[in-house]
Design a protein around this ligand. Structure first.
Ligand code: FPP
Length: 247
């Protein structure tokens, strides 16, 4: 059985990533290996998310961003999309009051126009309920695609230039960061992808310019606090140079 994170060797506190982003991959393969339908893997994945968030809090992480449903995931079979939306409904229904009690602030990022109106309402209510919480930040990327996010940002910028509100020469990194879905959220320090693939799959492309990437073959439903600790320990051993030389 996995050791709880608090029993693991302590990583230097200064080197704990403040913001972890996770691509939770491998639910389907996990279910298939057990002869279950894919939805069973997603359900287990939702459970693992709960534990991972607790483990992040225990470790001193402040922000957790999860890739719950990508813009490309709409192309999955109708039944899988509807299973995932149902999971989201019950997550918002059952978990929000407990997240609120734990001081978690929820933010949902992505193209929510495509999300069913009842879920959008749940999201709005959950964000409103938790907006003043300062204990932990859970950011759920839903119907999210980084290129779409950047296109939308460019469209807004172009309109502002056309209207004379800003001039093209004044555009800097902050102008763009402030217009992304993730405005006011710091960039991720560490991005973990489970399930063995080694790519970003259209997740946080602007925000992960200097993020440390960590790929593990562990399937998301098998991901434990110990795996999280291993990722954090590797992060702590890396030297982040942001393009400068080592000192
Ligand atoms: C990728 O695994 C995972 C997803 C597309 C969905 C992730 C969603 C959850 C873990 C559900 C919990 C989220 C909330 C907010 C309720 P995959 O299906 O692509 O796995 P595979 O590569 O093995 O097929």
């Amino acid at each position: 059985m996995a050791l709880p994170l608090k029993n693991m060797p302590q990583t230097d506190k200064a080197k704990i990533p403040s913001h972890i982003a996770i691509i939770m991959d491998g639910n389907g393969r996990w279910a298939k290996a057990r002869g279950f339908p894919r939805v069973v893997g997603h359900k287990k994945g939702a459970e693992i998310l709960r534990h991972t968030m607790e483990a992040c809090k225990d470790a001193g992480v402040h922000y957790l961003t999860i890739y719950a449903f990508s813009a490309e995931n709409w192309k999955r079979p109708v039944v899988e999309v509807s299973d995932l939306m149902e999971l989201l409904r019950s997550f918002l229904d059952r978990e929000i009051s407990s997240l609120h009690e734990k001081g978690v602030k929820l933010r949902v990022i992505g193209d929510l126009n495509k999300i069913a109106p009842d879920i959008r309402k749940q999201i709005e209510a959950a964000e409103k309920l938790t907006e003043n919480n300062t204990g932990f930040n859970l950011i759920v990327a839903l119907s999210y695609g980084a290129r779409q996010e950047i296109i939308q940002t460019m469209q807004t910028l172009a309109k502002r230039i056309e209207s004379g509100e800003i001039s093209a020469s004044n555009i800097d990194e902050t102008t763009i960061s402030d217009l992304l879905y993730t405005s006011a959220i710091p960039d991720p320090d560490l991005l973990i992808r489970t399930g063995g693939e080694q790519r970003l799959s259209n997740f946080l492309l602007w925000q992960s310019a200097y993020t440390e990437l960590y790929f593990t073959p562990v399937l998301w439903p098998d991901f434990t606090a110990v795996h999280l600790q291993e990722a954090i320990a590797e992060y702590a051993n890396r030297e982040r140079r942001y393009g400068t030389t080592s000192g």
